[in-house]
Design a protein. Structure first.
Length: 319
């Protein structure tokens, strides 16, 4: 089966078991943009096709890419959406497609990232997801004209482990995780804003029991590795404005993760807003009915109106 036919078929099959909201997003299979012209950097990884469950989670990622949702009435902004899944799978539909629908309704082009998972045998190990996120941001800018995008208005939205990856992208832009391949890699990989929703931020003790920790640095406790792959350790004054969203009753990633990130941003004088929810648990995406998490998107909407397009864009300077 060809890649194109596989991607379309996988998307259609996945629709049969997803929520009404996700089906509403996917009236037809989205366009797919591959990240790498040939093999991904470093080599290795699983063989065959990406695997998708009936509820829209993807694993066995041999073909990293983005599902593209152009805005019907573009406002010039674009968002790279990074779903979570503990770096064991990727909640492409539950978190990714629902966020894409919400953003499309507000005029944003949305790009849902399917990234390589560190535990799936890639030779570059923990680096692979960051390589994919950096490449995705550059490809969005490289295709700005085609989608009506301002290169200086490219944000990043990450959920759970995807929030960890989005945090790495927001703090370590400019770091060389892979060697440039083409003209796209001459463009900036710095997001212009970062929204981190129930993110995993730190891998340092005592926060060593998450799936993100296990997949990124292993079960053993190596303080140097834990620090190296924690988001807060690389917060710096050049990074973009940050929005943090977390529920106080999150049983998977303690709200302390967002508190640690907020403190690091304050110390580095990085603009950061914190939406603290009394209920919502973990994995509420754009909102879980019956909990306070249904309200967070309103705060996101207001924050975007204030931050998007008004913050100084280093990417715009570099284009």
């Amino acid at each position: 089966m060809s890649l194109r036919r596989y991607l379309i078929a996988a998307a259609i099959v996945a629709l049969t078991g997803v929520s009404v909201e996700a089906r509403d997003v996917m009236q037809k299979a989205p366009e797919q943009m591959l990240l790498w012209p040939e093999a991904a950097p470093g080599g290795g990884g699983p063989q065959g096709e990406n695997r998708s469950t009936t509820w829209g989670a993807v694993s066995h990622v041999s073909i990293p890419g983005m599902a593209v949702f152009p805005a019907q009435k573009p406002n010039g902004g674009a968002v790279l959406i990074i779903p979570g899944g503990g770096y064991r799978s990727i909640s492409v539909e539950g978190e990714g497609y629902s966020a894409a629908k919400w953003l499309n309704e507000r005029g944003y082009a949305a790009f849902v990232l399917t990234y390589r998972l560190p535990g799936e045998g890639w030779n570059d190990g923990a680096k692979v997801a960051v390589e994919d996120a950096q490449r995705a941001l550059r490809l969005i800018r490289a295709n700005a004209e085609a989608y009506g995008i301002d290169k200086g208005r490219v944000g990043i939205l990450g959920f759970s482990a995807g929030g960890h990856l989005a945090g790495l992208a927001a703090t370590r832009f400019g770091d060389t995780f892979y060697q440039p391949l083409d003209k796209a890699d001459m463009l900036s990989d710095r997001p212009d804003w970062a929204a981190l929703v129930y993110p995993v931020i730190t891998l340092e003790a005592p926060f060593t029991k998450t799936s993100t920790h296990r997949q990124m640095v292993g079960r053993g406790s190596d303080p140097a590795l834990e620090s190296a792959w924690s988001v807060q350790t690389e917060v710096n004054g050049r990074m973009p404005p940050v929005l943090l969203v977390h529920a106080e009753d999150d049983p998977i990633a303690s709200i302390r993760h967002s508190e640690i990130m907020a403190a690091a941003c304050q110390a580095a004088r990085v603009p950061a807003d914190f939406v603290r929810l009394p209920t919502g648990g973990h994995g509420f995406a754009m909102g879980r009915p019956g909990t306070a998490s249904m309200e967070w998107s309103k705060s996101f909407d207001q924050w975007l109106k204030r931050v998007d397009g008004t913050a100084v864009s280093m990417a715009a300077r570099e284009r």
